[in-house]
Design a protein around this ligand. Sequence first.
Ligand code: SAH
Ligand code: F3S
Length: 481
Amino acid sequence: MEKTIDEKKQGKPLVLEQEKGNTRKLFIESYGCAMNFSDSEIVASILSGEGFNTTQNLEEADLVLVNTCSIREKAELTVRKRLEKYNAVKKHNPKMKVGVLGCMAERLKTKFLEEEKIVDLVVGPDAYKDLPNLLAEVDEGRNAVNVILSKDETYGDVSPVRLNSNGVTAFVSITRGCDNMCTFCVVPFTRGRERSRDPQSIIEEVNDLWEKGFKEITLLGQNVDSYLWYGGGLKKDFTKASEMQQATAVRFSDLLELCAKAQPKMRIRFSTSNPQDMTLDVVETMAKYDNICNYIHLPVQSGSNRILKEMNRQHTVEDYKQLISDIKNIIPDCGISQDMIVGFPTETEEDHRDTMALMEYVKYDFGYMFAYSERPGTMAERKMDDDVPAEIKQRRLAEIVDLQLKHSAYRTKQFVGKTVEVLIEKTSKKSEIEWSGRTHQSTVAVFPKEHYKVGDFVSVKIHDCTGATLIGEAIGYSKNN
Ligand code: SAH
Ligand code: F3S
């Protein structure tokens, strides 16, 4: 999920249409994963009811909120830098209040107030509905903190406002939290236990988005394949549910089908899948519905069984390869992308070569690769030494990034000469006279604008490509338009 958010959007102020009568000004920015961007839309919606309109101008803000990420140390350092900037601005606007949301808020809790004097408000990912009360405290001059994690909060009843939207693509969150406990990962600690959102409220949101003109949604969760609705509550408590609840439970493949049927012209994506939880009924449902995109983000983290075990991943390299081959059997043109970590404690050159060998086997369409960053409180931090030197991590990272570039170029080239369906999202970054959109496999395609417009589904004949972008020409609307 991590990098589905454009680097350029990280930290950009998020704004929405202004609600008449609101007088207070909210400056809100997000870092990290798509879930954080989606959560900021929920926060803006809650605060709109409290008299706040969003602003892009930090200097005029009454309230500054930063939705933070803890996944790697670097993400936290970026947020610390932003707090310095707010501090400088506050000198000219002493009434300005500053709040920290998201994973860093959850991880550091009240420590934030001691470490960063500028911070008035600390709110964890499950406590956004408490914002009106917390703000009332802050207005009275007290610091306010709520970092309580919840068993059932999914914000299913909050209708998110769409911030910085292109009006075409939107995120819809379906699960919160993660129970997987990968030993390197801070998410289970910052986002709590896994719970699923009521399918009814998901479908209502999808229908509403379609009515507002949106053409593509991404169903979001840390681990979407683990979606399980049995009337509310934690995933781990499912075994305690009544027989009736268990028999009528909605699983991820059911939810996908419900969404695909509710809006047969809406493109549907989902992120993120975990190899240990992904089942083939999901892939079969993808194959059954034209409007579910043939693309799976399937992080593996390492190609070494020994490292996977140390990471507490519940799958082996062999399981993963089997899953890939099953996916390709059911959907031959399915795009697949990865997340990889290099330099996990004890990783040897041989383990690293195993990772490269797995990449050679799959030849991923895309990839998001990271050097291991030790996170306080995780099992890896408590039990293992961060013993791979930084230079070696960086060298291994450069090697897998190079290999991925080669594979992306290989995959992109396969499309040359073919006609693909593209949903137009925006003007191309490189040319004012060209549109940019994505194929089912999530590959970017650019082509001359002609009479087409944003939100159109078009058939594009691909005649060329760069490493990661397809270049073509529209030959008409596609059948989904
Ligand atoms: N299941 C989540 C994973 C979130 S973290 C999802 O929705 O995608 C995204 C990626 O960050 C992980 O797949 C992993 O590759 C990377 N990551 C997580 N913890 C890390 C750490 N401590 N150091 C380096 N990379 C990490
Ligand atoms: Fe993190 Fe593993 Fe969950 S990477 S979000 S603990 S699936």
